[in-house]
Structure formats: C-alpha cells, structure tokens
Ligand binder design. Structure first.
Ligand code: THU
Length: 138
C-alpha cells in the first residue's frame, strides 16, 4: 500500500506542475516501471488547442528518456485548478499510449473525490485493442 501511495504522491506532485491556462483542469500521472523506477508528467496545453499534451504522454516521454519502455502501473490524478481531485480516467488516446508500453495487463490506478482508489487493467479500459502484436502478421 505504501508503494501505491508513493505512486499517487508522485502523480499529485506532477499535477502541481500542470500548464493548463485554457481548461484550468490539472492532471498528473506517474508510471511505475518493472524495475521500480517512477517517471511522472503533467498536462501541458497550448494556445493552438490540439497541440496540448496529456499528463500520461508527458510521463511516457520521461519513461522512455529514462531508458525504460515498460509500464507496470500508472497512477493518474486530476481535477480543476485549485481544487481537489476528481476521478480522472485516461482519455481514449492515452489508453492507447498506455497500451503500447503496458500491454494488456498494466494496472491503471485512479483516485476518486473521497480518496478511494479504483484499479483497472489496460484490457478493462481498452478492450479488443490494436497493439504491437497486431502488426506482427504484416
Ligand atoms: N487530460 C490529461 O492530461 N489526461 C487525460 O487522460 C484526460 C485529459 C488533460 C488534457 C487537457 O489539458 C485537460 O486535461 C482537459 O481536457
């Protein structure tokens, strides 16, 4: 439990760094790699709205730059700026990004407004998904 608390703490610390002057919705994500290292990211918006990036994408960028390419677990927290967390499920695009590095079994941890943790697998949140194996027959 301490380990999961640490992962949420890393996600919450990343959320503080969010650059979200348009949505005012601050998100943080922290990835636990199989080797025990943690990499985090926040959402970074842009005046050209579609150019903004999600917290999960930032965390994955840090993961890869750290020399890792596997996600064992990811904790995600989000909510309006200056307020507490609400349950913040990853968007569709981020589910696909997590699937790339986490396969079907990586755990996705979310925390609701009461502090209750809900845990899903990638397969739960992205059923019948397209992944690296889908290209193997080509
Ligand atoms: N956001 C994330 O960072 N991750 C998600 O999975 C959902 C949405 C960000 C994008 C945007 O900066 C803000 O939350 C509002 O959509």
């Amino acid at each position: 439990m301490a380990r999961l608390d640490d992962l949420f703490a890393a996600a919450a610390a990343a959320r503080v760094k969010a650059y979200a002057p348009y949505s005012h919705f601050h998100v943080g994500a922290a990835i636990l790699a199989p080797d025990g290292t943690v990499n985090a990211g926040c959402n970074i918006e842009n005046a050209a709205y579609p150019e903004g990036t999600c917290a999960e994408a930032g965390a994955i960028a840090h993961l890869v730059m750290a020399g890792e390419t596997r996600i064992a677990e990811i904790a995600i927290v989000g909510g309006p700026a200056g307020a507490g967390e609400i349950l913040c499920p990853p968007c569709g695009g981020c589910r696909q990004k997590i699937r790339e590095f986490g396969g079907l079994t990586a755990k996705i941890h979310l925390r609701d407004e009461k502090g209750t943790v809900r845990t899903f697998t990638v397969a739960d949140l992205l059923p019948v998904s397209f992944g690296p194996e889908s290209l193997e027959s080509t």
